[in-house]
Ligand binder design. Structure first.
Ligand code: ZN
Length: 240
């Protein structure tokens, strides 16, 4: 039986000859593996719609008994030229699709869709990335504590952030931890981004959230508490 799926190519694995296995994040079924025969041949009509980040329609031979479906043809619906042509956008989008692949059971299609469209063109690309990571942490139940000290609950005299303890730490508790104090502006921004969502993106623009340091701290939280090794994060550059 044939079926049509629409989704994002989030991973490609070369197999033998000119064949490739595609992981496609679909709205209907989450992550689906498609076996794409011969798409590395220069004559392949489908290759154009099967590249990483492509949003395409896939005609497949559906076999519900199998975990991998056979691709018959693919049609490109949206190409992300902004992501493809800019190193920072490309590296952040690579982290997004890698992370999406780890959550194949929770369907995060809408989150992926919103994030990639904004990463393609929005001027505050790190802010967009941070909103994705904040939502991802929330889905895993790993949101940092930013309402008060994670150790004693005190809401005053917040001095720093402890990744291993999971959030803000007050001056008193930091006498034992000896973590480097953070400046007040950074602590404030860390709280804002953790309380924010894509719905308020236009309201948080220009607040100074668009920076590598904040993205890196959120990724440190994510990797420490989820146990995931996010390989593509290594290529994100802090030299903006
Ligand atoms: Zn405390």
């Amino acid at each position: 039986m044939s079926d049509i799926l629409t989704g994002y190519v989030i991973k490609t694995n070369d197999v033998k000859d000119n064949d490739v296995i595609l992981s496609v994040y679909t709205k209907e079924y989450g992550v689906v593996s498609l076996y794409a025969r011969g798409i590395k041949k220069s004559t392949s009509k489908n290759a154009f719609a099967c590249q990483l980040f492509d949003y395409s329609e896939f005609l497949i031979e559906m076999n519900q008994m199998k975990s991998m479906q056979l691709l018959k043809s693919a049609t490109l619906k949206k190409e992300f030229l902004g992501i493809r042509s800019d190193y920072d956008r490309l590296s952040l989008a690579s982290v997004v699709i890698e992370l999406a692949g780890y959550l194949e059971e929770d369907n995060i299609f809408d989150l992926l869709d919103t994030t990639l469209k904004l990463l393609d063109s929005h001027k505050e690309l790190f802010t967009v990335f941070e909103l994705f990571v904040v939502r991802y942490l929330d889905l895993l139940g790993l949101s940092p504590e930013v309402d008060g000290c994670v150790l004693c609950g005190d809401t005053r005299n917040i001095e720093t952030i402890s990744v291993s303890d999971g959030g803000f730490v007050c001056r008193n508790c930091n006498r034992q931890l000896h973590l480097k104090p953070r400046d007040a502006g950074f602590l404030k921004n860390f709280r804002i981004i953790n309380k924010a969502s894509f719905k308020v993106l236009d309201k948080i623009e220009g607040l100074g959230l668009n920076e590598y340091r904040l993205s890196a701290l959120l990724m440190e939280f994510l990797m420490t508490h989820s146990g995931l090794t996010v390989r593509s994060w290594r290529s994100v550059s802090g030299s903006q």
